[in-house]
Design a protein around this ligand. Structure first.
Ligand code: NAD
Ligand code: UDP
Length: 338
């Protein structure tokens, strides 16, 4: 069964390509390499023993997107990871984010309709909830006005997909990721932030590796037990496995609605300080950090109720925070060797 994985040389896409191949799917990766490198294909091949097909395609280019589907007839489903993902950059460059994330989705759906490909798994985010009133947050919690253009592209994309599902035979699963972290246990693939990382875990590992002077902990005056903000960190391999489960649900037509949304988290929240302590425990490295004021746009605390995904996708996150930090550190050390 041929699956198109857009953004498949990126962080979550590459781990998902591995899990898909290991589950017996045939993977075609399309990526414009704006935030990843082609060498990832070699490493997916090294891990799985199978080289996925790979095309450098910018999905905002409608002609190139059309040609991609013509070149690979028989694709049965698409997993759409390709997007720009930096919250802060999106505030600086809103048009680039709307252009890239929305136009690529529109082109993709249009071509899928032309080729009668009915199944789409979409990368959404817990940012759609903002600061929820009730924790843990469930899928029926209301969307909050997005703080950033990036967050808005996720809300608008979900709405576009729902609207298309309403008037066609299109089926989609919208996966709302909480905080992906960690790397493959082989340390052959992992997160490759270009420039200064925005996310906590790569900032921690780069600080420990000496690439950054110190970690800035954004806020220690939150209404949480240790004053630092709380998130639901999920191992990227657990996340990747959820995509295989979602895809299987669509292909086997076990979905109960044409557009379904699932939270992908562990159900447990950890504070920034707890993440730092976990890193120090598994790496044996003392981390240099300082408290600085809160980062604009950050919510105080959010963690998932993943029970819907646990039940309907027959999936559960298995790896704990220590394992996320251990694998992220092994990956950072591998990058230093390279
Ligand atoms: P990533 O940047 O590592 O991967 C995205 C890939 O998409 C990159 O390889 C990039 O080159 C490619 N890409 C971007 N625009 C493209 C275009 N127009 N045409 C073709 N390829 C394009 O990011 P990731 O962390 O793997 O995120 C994957 C998806 O998950 C994104 O949609 C992101 O918004 C979403 N998401 C990520 C997180 C997170 O913390 N990493 C959290 C929630 C949601
Ligand atoms: N964070 C931090 N220092 C950093 C990066 C992040 O203190 O250098 C905090 C951030 O304020 C948030 C948590 O770590 O409370 C997770 O942030 P991240 O950017 O990884 O994910 P987000 O939840 O913002 O999508």
């Amino acid at each position: 069964m041929k699956i198109l994985v857009t953004g498949g040389t990126g962080y979550i896409g590459s781990h998902t390509a591995v899990e898909l191949q290991e589950a017996g799917f045939e993977v075609i990766i399309a990526d414009n390499l704006s935030n990843s490198e082609a060498g990832v294909i070699d490493r997916i091949a090294e891990i799985t023993g199978t080289r996925p097909a790979f095309e450098v395609v910018d999905l905002t280019d409608v002609d190139a997107t059309g040609k991609l589907f013509l070149k690979y007839p028989g694709i049965i489903a698409v997993i759409h990871f390709a997007a720009l993902k930096s919250v802060s950059e999106s505030v600086e460059r809103p048009l680039a984010y709307y252009q890239n994330n929305i136009v690529s989705l529109l082109n993709l759906i249009r071509e899928m309709e032309c080729q009668h490909i009915p199944h789409l798994v979409f990368s959404s985010s817990c940012t759609v909830y903002g600061q929820p009133e009730k924790l843990p947050v469930t899928e029926d919690a209301p969307f909050r006005t997005p703080w950033s253009p990036y967050g808005n592209t996720k809300q608008v994309s979900e709405q576009i997909i729902r609207d298309v599902c309403r008037v066609s035979s299109f089926n989609s699963i919208l996966l709302r990721y909480f905080n992906p972290a960690g790397a493959h246990h082989t340390a052959l693939i992992g997160e490759l932030p270009l420039g200064v990382p925005n996310n906590l875990v790569p900032y921690i590992t780069q600080t420990a590796a000496g690439k950054r002077d110190y970690l800035r902990i954004f806020g220690n005056d939150y209404n949480t037990p240790d004053g630092t903000a709380i998130r639901d960190y999920i191992h990227v391999v657990d996340l990747a496995k959820a995509h295989v489960a979602a895809l299987t649900r669509l292909v086997e037509r076990k979905n109960t609605q044409q557009a379904e949304a699932f939270n992908l988290g562990t159900g447990k929240g950890y504070s920034v300080m707890e993440v730092v302590q976990s890193f120090e425990r598994v790496s044996g490295v003392r981390l240099n950090y300082r408290y600085v004021p809160r980062r604009p746009g950050d919510v105080e605390q959010v963690w998932a109720d993943p029970s819907l995904a646990n039940r309907e996708l027959a999936w559960k996150a298995e790896q704990d925070l220590d394992e996320m930090l251990r694998s992220a550190w092994n990956w950072e050390k591998r990058l230093m060797e390279r």
